[in-house]
Design a protein around this ligand. Structure first.
Ligand code: SAM
Length: 496
């Protein structure tokens, strides 16, 4: 208390000072400190008066979402007296300071932020916390003091809440400025899909139970997965597309009802699309079959990054269950709740082999890739993570201790304006990202430019993984223009 009082008594300015003002100010502090030695008791009394909550500070303490916020520095004492372990001081400029006895770093890693030591006002090792765009959101000056540079009250409240409640709150990823790519269906619908409204009849009466299956039947179950998954996804996607088609025709200048020919065309298109999706899944599983059979004993979880409905996680989980190994699936995707995709996953599971076990062992985390924590007992998989999500997954996997990474890559058009990676010049990166969107073009010349760009990007990723010492490979197949598969393995002893 005495030391703090010496620092603040007689202070002319609250904000940063140029060097000469700072040196004068130190003289003031010296005089205050000397006064303590001359008359400790009076100094202590004065310090108490100055620092204990004043009627003003108590009056200006507000509680928002369970977090105390004061416009007075002394407000911290008000907060402590009310029993809070952490709180926020908001100064006259709106700058936010979170004070506590200790603010654990785990909060920031859970939020997907990176720590960087930077120079700050003469100190060389101040921890700044950056979002994935490299923007500093806040800095931790002492073990219990964080300055929220971004002045984002949600972040400040989140930190204080984590300390007060002992549980790290989940904040919307936009709060941190993490990159997200909305699923196309949500963008084009312009509204959140209604989920299963009116389509409950799609639920089957009984579930498939493989409990008493023989070895041959277990092999058959692997195939059954694709048949049933294709069937149920196809039904739902068809009905959804039919709704859209009806709306499209109704909104035209000359509206007309959807004809049976329209429906036939749509059914064929849906069937083709489902066949392609199931073939892609089969192809991924086949590519890593051997790795799956030799997973380390501690592996318990499949993290399906940018997972959508979790098709890949479920495919791998069923394959492994048919081989006698039970792994749980975590679907990491921030849009699965708002798009009601989680409801869809639940519906799909009804149709799949091992449905009851899958239901018990499948979880949606509703997180972004950047927020998701990769644990050493997880393998990381992803199918078509768009934009630069693939690159974020690779970066996070490198930092983890997970033994296996499997990604079927996607075009990167949406990342054209993101920072260049893998040592590529920005201009070339932008060009490659844009070209990578052309792999589906019906024009062979354009398509091959797309394939070349995808190959270049995917090879750069594989080289990057190799540089970090991992065993990494790229598998390509002309039958799957959006089907490059990157596999990286961490040798058992190889830590991050
Ligand atoms: C092309 S879809 C692929 C979905 C699924 N893996 C599949 O193959 O059907 C890309 C997915 O990325 C999700 N996504 C977008 N931004 C994300 C982020 N920052 N972290 C995790 N997932 C994200 C979208 O919600 C979408 O489901």
């Amino acid at each position: 208390m005495l030391i703090h009082d010496s620092l603040v008594t007689g202070r002319q300015r609250e904000d940063d000072m140029p060097e000469h003002e700072f040196l004068n100010d130190i003289e003031r502090v010296k005089i205050n400190l000397e006064a303590i030695f001359i008359n400790p008791e009076t100094s202590f009394q004065k310090a108490q008066e100055n620092l204990l909550p004043s009627p003003e500070s108590s009056k200006h303490l507000r509680i928002e979402d369970g977090v105390p916020i004061s416009e007075y520095y002394e407000g911290y004492v008000d907060m402590a007296l009310l029993g809070y372990k952490a709180g926020i001081w908001q100064d006259a400029d709106g700058m936010l300071y979170v004070g506590a006895d200790e603010i654990p770093d785990e909060i920031f890693s859970t939020w997907g932020l990176t720590e960087e030591k930077r120079e700050d006002r003469g100190r060389t090792d101040v921890s700044f916390y950056l979002n994935e765009k490299g923007e500093a959101l806040f800095k931790k000056l002492y073990k219990g003091f964080v300055v929220v540079i971004s002045r984002n009250l949600e972040i400040a409240k989140g930190i204080a809440k984590a300390v007060n409640e002992g549980q790290i709150p989940r904040l919307a990823s936009e709060t941190f400025g993490h990159t997200t790519y909305e699923p196309t269906a949500m963008q084009s619908a312009g509204e959140i899909k209604p989920g299963l409204g009116g389509k409950e009849f799609l639920r089957p009466g009984k579930t498939i139970n493989p409990d008493q299956a023989t070895t041959t039947e277990l092999v058959r179950l692997k195939d059954q997965f694709y048949l049933n998954m294709g069937y149920i996804k196809g039904q739902y996607i068809f009905l959804d597309a039919l709704d859209d088609l009806r709306k499209d025709w109704a909104a035209k200048k000359k509206p007309r009802p959807v004809t049976s020919e329209d429906m036939d065309r749509l059914a064929l298109k849906t069937e083709d699309k489902m066949k392609q999706k199931m073939d892609e899944l089969r192809y991924i599983v086949k590519t890593v079959e051997d790795d799956l059979r030799h997973l380390p004993a501690n592996v318990t979880t499949i993290m399906d990054m940018a997972g959508g409905a979790g098709d890949l996680g479920l495919a791998l989980s069923v394959f492994l269950r048919a081989e006698g190994r039970s792994l749980n699936t975590k679907i990491v995707d921030p849009f699965t709740k708002s798009g009601r995709i989680d409801v869809f996953t639940d519906l799909i599971i009804d149709y799949l082999p091992f449905s009851e076990d899958l239901r018990a062992g499948t979880e949606h985390t509703y997180q972004t890739i950047q927020e998701a924590k990769i644990t050493p007992d997880s393998i990381v998989v992803a199918k078509h993570p768009c934009g630069d999500l693939c690159d974020s997954i690779i970066e996070n996997w490198i930092k983890s201790e997970s033994p296996l990474l499997v990604i079927m890559t996607c075009c990167q058009e949406k990342a054209a304006n993101k920072r260049a990676r893998y040592g590529l010049p920005q201009e070339e990166w932008t060009q490659l990202c844009n070209d990578s969107g052309k792999t589906n073009s019906p024009n062979p010349a354009i398509r091959s430019a797309g394939v070349a760009a995808m190959s270049r990007l995917d090879l750069a990723r594989v080289e990057h993984l190799k540089r970090f010492g991992f065993e990494a490979s790229l598998t390509q197949n002309p039958a799957f223009p959006k089907g490059d598969i990157i596999v990286a393995r961490r040798k058992t002893a190889q830590k991050k």
